[in-house]
Write a protein that binds this ligand. Structure first.
Ligand code: ATP
Length: 912
């Protein structure tokens, strides 16, 4: 911390305050910049209180309500000013202390600024005035202030701070050796889940899938309550936890089994955890209990309605590790991290925010259970066939608001009257949805055919209680309809008499005084007054009391007028209070039905997702894949779902795939895919991965037909980039990823490798690539597509029976190459890399020289010979030696280097 703090000004922020603050600005001494070193007894009472509160929340940014501002002081002032580019100024804080750093935000902009702070990974403690400041001032004491809420990235409920189409998860982990428990909740939607497993790598993967906004970790640290923003390090953070998240370091106590279990039983109001399936998962229970305690700590008495805890196991889902999720661009593109261009973008035709979130979850967690997949498929099939039903459902769904989050806001006391109207209108749509769905037969349509009658009644009750356009703020009245509450109606009637009297006052007084220009007005300082032009001032009656003199007018009050006014104001206050109470009771009824509403919401979200997937299937011409337990991946005329949508209709060239069949002569386990640069190898590779993933999500797939064995995992290794954060080179990243695949793939896995060994010397790279392919094909027998520019790998097909060569074809014309994007049997012998360099504009002399060098290398290279005669026959595995078959002769011929362009004759005639 520097010895002095200077004032900073930023052009567009708080101009009026900036001037004011600058004027008051002096230099702040080093001791005064830190709340821990300041001489506390010498501070003013308010500042002493600030420091007391700050000590309870050392790791949160403390926003302290002072009048119309949330101010903060000491080091928090500096953090706030730096993070939000606000004015850093100072405040006189005691006669013997001088000034301390100060920065602040206007109270009405709290949400906006908090959103920015939370995005930057801050935890924020909001300390509010919890009594009327005027009352406290009248009694000559400090206004009472308390922390009413701690905002952290994982505990947000405010609409403006959340992304409507993605969950905001708070996670908690408990690690014991290699074993771990994980619980996570989205407090805005109520989802609450737990799991336990015994491989720390899986924990990392699970966290990467969830992308939690915040992770709770119990630690034995002196720094309890510590809060780590993304990238911040701590010795207490276990190594397996990715540094890209926010972490809250928590005490061990609430994570102990007895404490956690007790809390879960109380909160979930159950006698045993048996029904939730986690009784036998102590680490999962501990994580869930610790998470609940954190919610209590941050929500400060506000109820957070969570759904019943659900237990899941990782084996229920297709495992997709982080690099595969990234490489297949499931929810964002690799290049710029945007949604546009991802699989989610290509498939999302949902009509509700709930559906949008559900689709994202489904894509990140595809199923392995064929029954579950088929239930989704059957519903899509029905919605594909019944266009009218699909369109009617979608039209209705568009009128349904975010029931999950509206229920969450109601339960935590944050919903306003407009939220309740939105909720009611959505609930009232559900019976229509049920009637529409009742014409359907499939499982997910059946799930919405029955709406609990109490939900409809609740919707009706809200509509009957709340006016059509209620005020935004709950204490300003205009919430409750007439006829709802007798007392309210009576009070309104009484206030109406006084209001009428004032409304008529202008006419009566004009008649009484004969002053035709007399007016009745109202302002905040004086309330109601009678205004008379100064020229008529001598005609005012005796009971008029002069209150104010302006240039052209005099303003008067009368005792009568003031009495009525007082009655109106008191009545208004009472009325507003009563309206608020009626509203709160109504809101409480919503939270009582939270469980039911959320149950229905999930079913509605699923129908929404399936309607959307059916629509994509119709418009893009997808087919329903036949899912099987076997290992075969058989795709006829498959397409890449995203690239296809980015190209003009009909431009995408479909390609078939056949892998893993028991009929070896028909289908290999491993395909070596060669072809020139930019011919479409990567695209083909990803297309197979995406089709498999979509199929296990339950979606139809871009193909003419498909028969797919369910995979346990999909692995990809695609062009690595340097991982500067961990100091790893491109090649090391590539090797780590490859090692991960070789160590975990099974015969039921799908492995997609896009180049291996490019980041090192050619021979090393080629040797590694060869050995990796051989291991995958003969030892693991995983279904694999291996795209490579090492044409020497085509030799493998002559050695191993379950390896086949495929190539992406091009047509070579005298001065250009035409990309045909067709995947055909056989291996390519040319990469056209020099040709690509020429097209990219490398100087002609460089191109010429490159051709000469290549000629020399080709002439003298012995690699192919070596591979054929040496390495292959030395492979220790019996499987590979015995696997040579006559079928392979053709492939070997293909790679002997004699053909100019593999398949050229065949392809050219086909494509001319
Ligand atoms: N089947 C296809 N139909 C139409 N266009 C395609 C097809 N496959 C690929 N393309 C187009 O070709 C471009 C290049 O494809 P891709 O990146 O897959 O080539 P590549 O062979 O992997 O190249 P490199 O070896 O240089 O990595 C893609 O961006 C896409 O626009």
């Amino acid at each position: 911390m520097s010895a002095d703090i200077e004032a900073f000004t930023y052009p567009e922020t708080q101009n009026s305050r900036a001037g004011q603050h600058l004027e008051a600005m002096t230099r702040v001494s080093a001791n005064n910049a830190d709340y821990r070193t300041v001489e506390r007894q010498k501070l003013t009472p308010m500042m002493q209180h600030f420091v007391e509160v700050k000590e309870q929340y050392p790791h949160a940014l403390l926003l302290y309500r002072v009048g119309d501002f949330y101010e903060t002081f000491f080091q928090d002032a500096r953090s706030l000013a730096e993070s939000l580019e606000l004015v850093l100024t100072s405040k006189e804080s005691g006669k013997d202390i001088g000034r301390v750093p100060m920065s602040g935000i206007p109270h009405h902009a709290l949400d906006r600024y908090c959103t920015l702070l939370v995005e930057k990974g801050f935890a924020i403690a909001i300390c509010d005035q919890v009594e009327d400041a005027a009352e406290a001032a009248a009694q000559g004491r400090q206004v009472r202030r308390e922390v009413t809420r701690v905002l952290t990235p994982g505990t947000l409920l405010e609409e403006g701070m959340l992304n409507a189409r993605r969950n905001n998860f708070l996670a908690a982990v408990v690690i014991a050796g290699e074993h771990w428990g994980l619980a996570y909740a989205d407090i805005s939607t109520g989802e609450f889940l737990t799991t336990q497993s015994n491989n720390l790598e899986h924990l990392t993967q699970e966290l990467m899938r969830l992308q939690p906004a915040e992770v709770l970790v119990p630690v034995n640290a002196p720094d309890l309550g510590g809060f780590l923003r993304p990238g911040q390090k701590s010795d207490y953070l276990p190594e397996c936890l990715p540094p890209s998240f926010c972490y809250a370091l928590r005490s061990q106590y609430p994570f102990s089994l007895s404490e956690a279990k007790q809390r879960l039983l109380e909160k979930l109001k159950v006698r045993s955890l048996e029904g939730m399936g986690c009784e036998h998962l102590p680490l999962g229970v501990r994580a869930a209990g610790g998470l609940l305690e954190y919610l209590e700590d941050t929500q400060k008495g506000n109820q957070v309605p969570l759904q019943t805890l659900r237990t899941y196991t990782l084996a229920d889902y297709l495992i997709i590790d982080n690099q595969t999720r990234r490489n297949l661009e499931i929810t964002q593109t690799v290049r710029d991290g945007t949604l546009h261009g991802s699989l989610l973008w290509a498939l999302d035709r949902t009509s509700t925010a709930m559906g949008g979130r559900a689709l994202r979850r489904w894509l990140l967690q595809p199923l392995v259970d064929i029954k579950g997949i088929e239930a989704r498929q059957n519903t899509i099939q029905e919605l594909v066939e019944n266009t009218a039903l699909r369109q009617d459902l979608q039209q209705l769904l568009r009128q349904i608001y975010d029931l999950e989050r509206l229920t969450g806001r109601s339960g935590s006391g944050r919903a306003n009257a407009r939220d309740l109207i939105a909720l009611a209108d959505s609930l009232l749509r559900l019976p229509e949805l049920a009637i529409l769905a009742s014409t359907g037969e499939s499982p997910f349509l059946k799930a919405v055919q029955k709406v609990p009658p109490m939900l409809q009644e609740l919707g009706q009750q809200i509509r009957n209680h709340i006016v059509d356009s209620p005020s935004q703020h709950l204490m300003e009245g205009n919430l409750i309809r007439p006829g709802v509450n007798e007392l309210l109606d009576e009070m309104r009637g009484a206030a109406e008499g006084d209001r009428q009297w004032i409304a008529n006052l202008e006419v009566t007084e004009r008649n009484r005084t004969g002053i035709s220009t007399l007016k009745v007005g109202f302002n905040k300082t004086f309330g109601y007054y009678i205004s008379i032009s100064r020229s008529k001032a001598d005609q005012v009656p005796d009971n008029y009391i002069r209150k104010q003199t302006l240039t052209n007018e005099e303003r008067y009050i009368t005792p009568d007028l003031k009495e009525r006014e007082a009655r109106i104001l008191t009545a208004r206050e009472d009325l507003n209070k009563l309206e608020y109470e009626i509203f709160c009771a109504l809101r409480a009824e919503v939270s009582e039905q939270a469980e039911q509403i959320r149950h229905v919401s999930r079913a509605v979200a699923a129908v929404d997702v399936l309607c959307g997937l059916a629509e994509v299937a119709v418009h893009q011409g997808y087919c329903c894949p036949q899912m099987e337990q076997g290992r075969e991946i058989n795709i006829i005329e498959g397409r890449h779902p995203v690239v296809e949508q980015s190209l003009p209709a009909g431009f995408f060239v479909p390609n078939s795939t056949n892998l893993g069949s028991s009929e070896l002569s028909e289908s290999p386990d491993l395909i070596i895919l060669t072809g020139p640069n930019a011919s479409g190898k990567s695209c083909y590779l990803r297309q197979v991965g995406l089709i498999q993933l979509m199929a296990q999500t339950g979606s139809f797939v871009p193909a003419q037909s498909a028969r797919l064995g369910v995979c346990d995992r999909i692995f990809t290794r695609v062009g690595a980039v340097d991982d500067l954060a961990t100091g790893q080179s491109t090649f090391m990243v590539e090797m780590n990823e490859t090692a991960n695949i070789l160590n975990h793939a099974t015969p039921k896995s799908l492995v997609l490798l896009d180049e291996i060994g490019r980041g090192t010397a050619t021979f090393d790279g080629l040797s590694i690539a060869w050995a990796v392919a051989e291991y995958l094909a003969s030892d693991i027998r995983a279904r694999t597509i291996f795209a490579t520019h090492y044409h020497e790998l085509n030799e493998l097909a002559s050695i191993l029976p379950n390896v086949a060569n495929y190539q992406v074809t091009v047509k070579e014309l005298p001065d250009q190459i035409i990309f045909l994007h067709q995947v055909q049997p056989g291996g390519a012998d040319k990469s056209y890399g020099i040709e690509a360099g020429r097209l990219a504009g490398l100087p002609a002399s460089v191109i010429l020289r490159a051709r000469q060098v290549m000629g020399q290398i080709e002439q003298h290279s012995k690699i192919a010979v070596g591979l054929r005669e040496g390495i292959g026959s030395n492979k220790p595995s019996g499987k590979s030696a015995s696997g040579r078959s006559g079928r392979k002769k053709k492939a070997a011929d293909v790679s002997n280097g004699e053909q100019e362009i593999v398949g050229k004759e065949d392809n050219s005639s086909e494509n001319e």
